[in-house]
Design a protein around this ligand. Structure first.
Ligand SMILES: NC(=O)C1=CN([C@@H]2O[C@H](COP(=O)(O)OP(=O)(O)OC[C@H]3O[C@@H](n4cnc5c(N)ncnc54)[C@H](O)[C@@H]3O)[C@@H](O)[C@H]2O)C=CC1
Ligand SMILES: O=C(O)[C@H]1O[C@H](OP(=O)(O)OP(=O)(O)OC[C@H]2O[C@@H](n3ccc(=O)[nH]c3=O)[C@H](O)[C@@H]2O)[C@H](O)[C@@H](O)[C@@H]1O
Length: 433
C-alpha cells in the first residue's frame, strides 16, 4: 500500500522505515531539509539501535523515500501524522501547532478516499476536531487515531511487534479495513487489536503514559521514605514486584523520568482535564510531576552533603546526559538538568555521554563536555551516574579509583553494586538504598 508519514522525528522516521519493512511503499515528509537529506541517503538523523539498518534496507529497496514537499505524498492512501506535540512555552498544555500545520498542508493534496491516521500524542478531542476541519474543507478523507507506544532505544522492535494496536475510528467508516491491511504483518502474529472511538483511543495513550509516570513516582516516593528510615528501595521494589498484580517493571527508583513524552504528556493531561472541568480527577499527576522533579534536587543536595557543604569549585563528573540509555535524546533529561544545576552552583562539571553530547551542547552550551570517559573521570572529586548506559554499569571501581581525586559515587539509577564500590574504597551513595 502507498503510505505517507508526516513528521520524521524519533517516532516518524522509525514508523516510515518499519512500514517499508512490512512491504509498503512509503514516503516520509518532513519540513526539516537536513533531516530529509540524511534520511534519503538511508542515514538515521538520531541514535536508535537497529534504525540505520532498516533505513538502508528500505531506501535501497526503493520502497522508502523522503521529501520536504507534502504534494509528493498526495497519491498515498494512508497518511500517518507523526509531528511533535511539545509542551507550550507558557503553559502545561500541548502545543498543537505542528499537527494543525500538517493537516492544513495535507488536506488540499489528498483525494476523498484517503485515510489520515494520527499517531502523535494529542489531548482528547483532537481527532474529532481534525475530522470536523477536514469535512469543513470539503474533503471526504477519513480520520483515524492510532496511538503509538514505542520506547526510544527499542523503537524498531516496538513498532514491528507492539504489545497491542489501537484504532480510534468513526462509526461505519473504512479506516478499520485500511489499517488492517497496513498492519497485516504484525496482526498475523496474533498481536491484540482494539477498535475504539476517537476519544477512547486518545485517552488510552494518555492514560498509559500517566500510569507509567505514576509507577515511577510511586517508587521514588518510597525512596524518599526509605532514605529517612535507612530502608532499601531496591529490595522493596523486588519484594512488591513479585506480586504479579504490581509487577517489577518500571519500579526502578532513581533520578526519575524525563524525555520528550512522559513529563509533557502528564502535564498536558492535567491541562486538558482542567479544560474539561475535571482537574480533580487527575490532580495526583501534579504530585507525580513534583515527586519526579524533587529527585533531581535531591541529587544536588546529596552532592553538596558528600562534598562537605558546597559544590563550589569541586570537580564533578556527570555520567549520562540522555534521558535514558540507547538514545541520543536529551529532551527534559534529568542527568543534563542535574549537570546544569551543579554548574550553576559553581561546580567544575565534566559532562559526558556516549551519544548525547552533541544534543546536550545545543541545549546547554555553557556546560563543559568531555567525550572521553577516562579524561572526564580524571581528578574528579565526585562521580554521579545519571544514565545507566552499559559502559557506566560495567565500570571497574578499581580503575575509576585510580583516576579520581575523591572516591565518592552517587548512583542516580541504583544500578551499581554498592559492595563492589565500597570494597574499592569508594563512598557509595544510592537513592533510597
Ligand atoms: N519519541 C517517542 O518515543 C514517541 C513519541 N510519540 C509522540 O509522537 C509525536 C512525535 O514525537 P517525536 O517523534 O519524538 O518528535 P520529534 O520532534 O522528534 O519529530 C517531529 C518531526 O516533525 C517534523 N515536523 C514538524 N512540523 C511538520 C510539518 N508541518 N510537516 C512535516 N513535518 C513536520 C519536525 O521537523 C520533526 O522532524 C509526539 O506527539 C510524541 O508525543 C509517541 C510515542 C513515542
Ligand atoms: O509516549 C512516548 O513517547 C513513550 O514514552 C515512554 O517511552 P520513553 O520515553 O522512550 O522511555 P521509557 O522507557 O518509558 O523511560 C522514560 C523515563 O523514565 C525513566 N524510568 C523508567 C523506568 C523506571 O523504572 N524508572 C525510571 O526512572 C527512564 O530513565 C526515562 O527517563 C513510554 O514507555 C512509551 O510506551 C511511550 O510510547
Amino acid at each position: 500500500m502507498k503510505i505517507s508519514v508526516i513528521g520524521c522525528g524519533y517516532l516518524g522516521a522509525v514508523h516510515a522505515a518499519a512500514m517499508a519493512k512490512l512491504g509498503h511503499d512509503v514516503i516520509g515528509v518532513d519540513t526539516d531539509p537536513l533531516k530529509v537529506e540524511r534520511l534519503s541517503r538511508g542515514e538515521a538523523p538520531f541514535f536508535e539501535p537497529g534504525l540505520p539498518e532498516l533505513l538502508r534496507e528500505g531506501v535501497a529497496s526503493g520502497r522508502l523515500r523522503f521529501t520536504t514537499e507534502i504534494a509528493d505524498a498526495g497519491d498515498a492512501r494512508v497518511h500517518f501524522l507523526a509531528v511533535g506535540t511539545p509542551q507550550m512555552a507558557d503553559s502545561d498544555a500541548a502545543d498543537l501547532r505542528f499537527v494543525d500545520a500538517a493537516v492544513a498542508s495535507l488536506v488540499p493534496v489528498i483525494p476523498d478516499d484517503a485515510v489520515v491516521v494520527g499517531k502523535s500524542t494529542v489531548p482528547v478531542g483532537t481527532a474529532a476536531s481534525i475530522a470536523e476541519r477536514i469535512r469543513a474543507a470539503g474533503s471526504g478523507a477519513e480520520v483515524a487515531w492510532n496511538p503509538e507506544f514505542l520506547r526510544e532505544g527499542f523503537a524498531v522492535a516496538d513498532t514491528l511487534t507492539p504489545d497491542r494496536i489501537v484504532y480510534g475510528v468513526p462509526d461505519g467508516g473504512r479506516a478499520v479495513e485500511v489499517l488492517d491491511e497496513v498492519y497485516a504483518g504484525p496482526l498475523a502474529t496474533g498481536i491484540p487489536r482494539l477498535v475504539t472511538d476517537y476519544a477512547t483511543a486518545e485517552l488510552v495513550k494518555t492514560a498509559a503514559n500517566a500510569f507509567l509516570a505514576t509507577k515511577i513516582s510511586f517508587i521514588n516516593a518510597m525512596a524518599e521514605i526509605a532514605e529517612v528510615v535507612g530502608a532499601d528501595v531496591t529490595q522493596l521494589a523486588d519484594a512488591i514486584g513479585h506480586d504479579a498484580r504490581i509487577g517489577r517493571r518500571f519500579l526502578n527508583a532513581g533520578i526519575g523520568f524525563g524525555g520528550g513524552c512522559l513529563p509533557k504528556d502528564i502535564r498536558a493531561f492535567s491541562a486538558r482535564a482542567e479544560e474539561l472541568g475535571r482537574a480533580e480527577s487527575v490532580a495526583f499527576l501534579r504530585e507525580v510531576d513534583a515527586i519526579n522533579l524533587r529527585r533531581r534536587e535531591r541529587v544536588v543536595e546529596l552532592a553538596t552533603q558528600v562534598l562537605g557543604g558546597s559544590v563550589y569549585r569541586k570537580r564533578i563528573v556527570v555520567l549520562g546526559l540522555t534521558f535514558k540509555p540507547d538514545s541520543d535524546d536529551v529532551r527534559d533529561s534529568p542527568g543534563l538538568d542535574i549537570a546544569a544545576r551543579l554548574h550553576g552552583l559553581g561546580a567544575l562539571v565534566a559532562a559526558t555521554d556516549p551519544q548525547g553530547i552533541e544534543n546536550a551542547r545545543v541545549r546547554h552550551p555553557q556546560l563543559p563536555y568531555e567525550a572521553d570517559l577516562d579524561a572526564a573521570l580524571s581528578d574528579a572529586d565526585l562521580v554521579i551516574l545519571t544514565t545507566e548506559w552499559a559502559e557506566y554499569r560495567g565500570l571497574d571501581p578499581e580503575h575509576v579509583g585510580e583516576l579520581v581525586a575523591g572516591p565518592t559515587i552517587i548512583d542516580g539509577r541504583n544500578v551499581l553494586d554498592p559492595e563492589a564500590w565500597r570494597s574499592a574504597g569508594f563512598e557509595y551513595v544510592g537513592l533510597g538504598r
